[in-house]
Design a protein around this ligand. Structure first.
Ligand SMILES: Nc1ncnc2c1ncn2[C@@H]1O[C@H](COP(=O)(O)OP(=O)(O)OP(=O)(O)O)[C@@H](O)[C@H]1O
Length: 274
């Protein structure tokens, strides 16, 4: 299996929520993405996986339009329209973002943090509507963060904080959600709860794209993008044999993908003997 600069297309009938073509990202003289192309299916959950430093977060930021203009080239389309052509507010309603180590005021209480997710729906300086309050409550309950709605973000544990930030991303009610390592600091029950939330979003017509290190969870996704060294090595249906082969290869065959009790899992392999 060779490196693919422009991986295989989706079947012709599949709608594409996000598309990147020949995306290159630079930081100074260093090239972080070497002309990446991806097509991420609408109304599906895509997992972006690969080793540390492969360029996963860089790609996700490019897809979200968060790379500084001078640092990248190429084309990104959101729901069929070039990212740059989207009016700012419409784009903020269509695409929700959960980043890593986001700078959010530590003094804000959790409720107000989640209310920030409603901003794209609110008129300038208008107070939140009853609907905004209802959505915030629903999202805090979904991520099981309602109990500490009055507590400032800075007081929360890593996992509690992550669940508040996840609630904020959900509160946007965007058609497309991009999440960078959403499971960071979450314990196993809340990882499973996150997966159920994502599956619910997809069932109701949303598109979710997540960078994940937890391969057991990533293997439950619909579509997978496997990255290595600033390139996309493979993209395709998560359960396809060639996707599993790419995944094993990119992790240097230190994992094997096996089905146990009907679920695909990544099992560690023993180190090669010398
Ligand atoms: N602003 C920057 N300046 C220089 N190099 C950068 C910058 N941002 C990222 N990099 C480098 O680009 C490469 C890709 O980084 P990126 O964060 O996209 O990787 P990743 O696949 O998300 O990694 P991880 O799994 O460790 O989070 C890394 O080698 C990183 O050191």
């Amino acid at each position: 299996m060779g490196m693919q600069q422009h991986p295989q297309a989706l079947p012709a009938h599949a709608a594409v929520a996000l598309q990147a073509h020949d995306v290159r990202v630079h930081a100074g003289k260093q090239c972080l993405l070497h002309g990446v192309g991806v097509q991420l299916p609408a109304q599906q959950w895509t997992a972006i996986v690969g080793p540390n430093g492969a360029g996963k977060s860089t790609l996700l930021r490019a897809l979200a339009g968060l790379q500084p203009r001078k640092s990248w080239s190429g084309q990104v389309h959101l729901l069929g329209q070039p990212l740059a052509d989207w009016p700012v507010k419409a784009r903020a309603r269509a695409l929700s973002w959960l980043g890593q180590n986001e700078a959010v005021s530590q003094e804000l209480c959790s409720y107000d943090v989640v209310m920030l997710g409603r901003m794209p729906h609110q008129a300038w300086l208008a107070p939140p509507s009853a609907h905004d309050h209802a959505v915030v409550e629903q999202c805090l309950r979904t991520t099981q963060a309602w109990d500490w709605r009055h507590r400032p973000l800075g007081e929360l544990s890593g996992g509690e904080r992550q669940r508040v930030l996840l609630a904020r991303a959900l509160a946007v009610q965007a058609q497309v959600l991009l999440m960078d390592e959403p499971l960071a600091n979450l314990d196993p029950p809340h990882q499973s709860a996150w997966m159920e939330t994502v599956q619910g979003l997809v069932a109701s017509g949303h598109t979710v794209v997540s960078v994940l290190h937890e391969l057991g969870i990533a293997l439950q996704s619909d579509h997978m993008v496997v990255m290595q060294a600033g390139q996309v090595l493979h993209q395709g249906a998560t359960h396809a044999g060639d996707t599993h082969a790419a995944l094993e290869a990119v992790f240097e065959h230190r994992i094997r993908i096996r089905q146990i009790e009907g679920m695909w899992m990544a099992l560690p392999t023993a180190a090669k003997s010398a």
